[in-house]
Design a binder for this molecule. Structure first.
Ligand code: SAH
Ligand code: SF4
Ligand code: F3S
Length: 481
C-alpha cells in the first residue's frame, strides 16, 4: 500500500492528539481506497487478544483504528494485518505468543504485503523486545501498552521506512480519547475508569508493564457511558486493576462509590459491573452504595490470592485472613444474595501445607460462586522471583488439584441456589452448540442457556431457572399467564 501514500502530506500533520492520529488515519484511508480501487482487493485484519479485560478493551480500540483505515474484520489469522495484543501475567501466556509467531511466519511467506504487529503487556519487557528484534524479523511493528492510540502513525512509519518499527514507552501520564473503536457487543461494553496499578503485589508484573495508576475524569467516563447507552448498551463493566482506589489522584478527588452513584443515574442503563476490587481498599461507602443500588449487579470479584496471613504479607497484599473474612461478612450482611468470585495463587514461594490449609479454610468459609485458580508463575523483576523456598512443582500440582476440587464442589452447590426461581437474563448470543438455544447471564454473572432466537440478543428477559448443571443453568422463557 505504501506506493499510494502521499508522504508530502506529513508536512501539515497536527502535533496535538487526537487530531494527529485522526489526520493520519484519513491519509491512510485515502491510500487504502486507491489501493482497493486499483487492485480490486479488500485487505482484512485480525486482532488476537490474550489476557484480561483491559486488553480486550484495548483490542476494541485497535480494531476501531484499523477499520477506520479501511481494513475489514476477518476471523482468520491468514489476513493482511494481524496484531497480537499480548499478556505476560504468567509465563505460559508468554510462551504461547512465540509459538504462534512461528505459524504467522509461514502465512506471511504466502501473503506479500502482510503486516504483523505485536503490542500489549509482554512488549513492555525489554528482553522480549530484544528477542523479537533479533530472532523474529518477520514482525513489522512492536508497541506497548501506553501508546496503542498511535497505531495509525506506527503503520504510517512502517510503510514509509520499510523496516521494523519499535515504539515502547516506559510510562505515561497521557490518556488519549476520542479515537474510533469497534465494540465487540452492541448491548454491553467495558469502560476503562483507570489505567495502571500502584500496588506492587510481590508476585505481579502488571505494575511494571501497565505503569502508574491514572484515573479518567468522571465527566469523561459518564459521557462515554451515556453515548454507549444511546447506542443500545444496557450493561457496562467498569474496568481497572484496582477500581476501589479510583479517583484518588484526580485534581478533584472522587471516590469509586461516588462515581457509581453517578453512573447509576444514567437512564436506559440497566446493569453495572466492575472489576477488579482489591480487598484492602473496599470501603464501607462502597458497600452501602451497592446495597442501595438497583443497577449494580450483586456480584463482586474479590481476589483472595492466599488465605494465609503470613503469605499475604509476603505477597504485599496489605490485608490478613481475618480482614478478608470480616469484609465478606460485611458484604453479606449488606447484600445477602451477593455472589462472590475470586483469584487464588497456589505455590507462592515459602507456601507450606499449613498455609495452603488456610486457603482451603477461606474457600470453605466464603463459599465462592467460582474461583480462578493459578499456579504461581515466577516473573523476572518482581520481588517474589528472588525469594527463597520456591515450592517444588509436584507439591504445587498436588495442592492445585485439591484446591480445584474443593472450589468446584462448592461452586456447583452455590450456583444451584436459584433453581426454580424466575430471574432476568441478559441474552448475549445464540448458543454455540445448539442453535435453538440462546445464552445469557444472570445479574450475578451465572450463565443460562434456554430456547430462544436472535431477536432476543441484547434484551433482558425473565427466565425460569429449571436446572443447574454445575456452573450454568438450563432455563425457559417465563411468560406470565
Ligand atoms: N488487579 C487484579 C489482578 C490482575 S492479574 C487484582 O489485584 O486482583 C489477575 C490474576 O492473575 C491475579 O489476581 C492473580 O491471581 C494472578 N496472577 C498475577 N500474577 C501471577 C503470577 N506471577 N503467578 C500466578 N498468578 C498470578
Ligand atoms: Fe497485580 Fe496486585 Fe496490581 Fe492486581 S493489585 S494488578 S495483583 S500488583
Ligand atoms: Fe495480562 Fe496485562 Fe492484563 S499482563 S492480565 S493483559 S494487564
Amino acid at each position: 500500500m505504501s506506493k499510494y501514500l502521499n508522504l508530502k502530506n506529513m508536512d501539515s500533520v497536527p502535533t496535538t492528539e487526537p487530531d494527529r492520529q485522526l489526520y493520519i488515519i484519513k491519509q491512510l484511508r485515502e491510500a487504502m481506497d486507491k489501493y482497493k480501487q486499483e487492485t480490486g482487493s479488500s485487505p482484512c485484519y485480525k486482532v488476537v487478544t490474550f489476557g484480561c479485560q483491559m486488553n480486550a478493551r484495548d483490542s476494541e480500540k485497535l480494531s476501531g483504528i484499523l477499520e477506520a483505515i479501511g481494513y475489514e474484520a476477518t476471523e482468520s489469522e491468514d489476513a493482511d494485518f494481524v496484531i497480537y495484543n499480548t499478556c505476560t501475567v504468567r509465563e505460559n501466556a508468554n510462551l504461547k505468543v512465540y509459538g504462534r509467531l512461528g505459524t504467522l511466519k509461514k502465512i506471511k511467506e504466502n501473503r506479500p504485503g502482510m503486516l504483523i504487529a505485536l503490542c500489549g503487556c509482554m512488549m513492555q519487557e525489554p528482553h522480549v523486545v530484544e528477542k523479537l528484534r533479533t530472532s523474529y524479523k518477520h514482525v513489522d511493528i512492536i508497541f506497548g501498552t501506553h501508546n496503542i492510540y498511535k497505531l495509525a502513525e506506527l503503520i504510517w512509519d512502517r510503510l514509509d521506512s520499510g523496516s521494523m518499527i519499535i515504539d515502547i514507552w516506559k510510562d505515561t501520564d497521557k490518556i488519549v480519547e476520542e479515537l474510533p473503536e469497534h465494540r465487540k457487543y452492541s448491548f454491553k461494553s467495558g469502560i476503562n475508569i483507570m489505567f495502571g496499578c500502584n500496588n506492587f503485589c510481590s508476585y505481579c508484573i502488571v505494575p511494571y508493564v501497565r505503569g502508574r495508576e491514572r484515573s479518567r475524569r468522571p465527566e469523561d467516563i459518564l459521557a462515554e457511558i451515556r453515548r454507549d447507552v444511546s447506542h443500545g448498551v444496557v450493561e457496562v463493566m467498569l474496568l481497572g486493576q484496582n477500581v476501589n482506589s479510583y479517583g484518588k489522584t484526580l485534581e478533584t478527588p472522587v471516590t469509586f462509590a461516588q462515581l457509581l452513584t453517578q453512573v447509576e443515574k444514567i437512564d436506559g442503563l440497566e446493569r453495572i459491573r466492575f472489576m477488579t476490587s482489591h480487598p484492602k481498599d473496599l470501603s464501607d461507602e462502597l458497600i452501602q452504595v451497592m446495597a442501595g443500588s438497583k443497577k449494580i449487579c450483586p456480584h463482586l470479584h474479590l481476589p483472595l490470592q492466599s488465605g494465609s496471613t503470613r503469605i499475604l504479607k509476603k505477597m504485599n497484599r496489605k490485608y490478613t485472613k481475618e480482614d478478608y473474612l470480616n469484609l465478606v461478612e460485611k458484604l453479606r450482611n449488606a447484600c445477602p444474595d451477593i455472589s462472590l468470585t475470586t483469584d487464588i495463587i497456589v505455590g507462592f514461594p515459602g507456601e507450606t501445607e499449613e498455609d495452603f490449609q488456610e486457603t482451603l479454610d477461606v474457600v470453605e468459609k466464603v463459599r465462592y460462586d467460582s474461583a480462578y485458580t493459578f499456579i504461581y508463575s515466577k516473573r523476572n523483576g518482581t520481588p517474589a522471583a528472588s525469594m527463597e523456598d520456591q515450592v517444588p512443582e509436584d507439591v504445587i500440582k498436588d495442592r492445585f488439584d485439591r484446591l480445584l476440587e474443593k472450589v468446584q464442589t462448592i461452586a456447583s452447590q452455590v450456583c444451584a441456589r436459584h433453581e426454580g426461581q424466575v430471574m432476568d437474563v441478559l441474552v448475549e448470543q445464540i448458543n454455540h452448540q445448539d442453535k435453538h438455544l440462546v445464552t445469557g447471564r444472570l445479574s450475578n454473572n451465572t450463565v443460562v442457556h434456554f430456547p430462544g432466537d436472535a431477536s432476543m440478543i441484547g434484551k433482558l428477559v425473565p427466565v425460569l431457572l429449571k436446572e443447574c448443571k454445575g456452573f450454568y443453568y438450563i432455563g425457559e422463557l417465563y411468560e406470565k399467564r
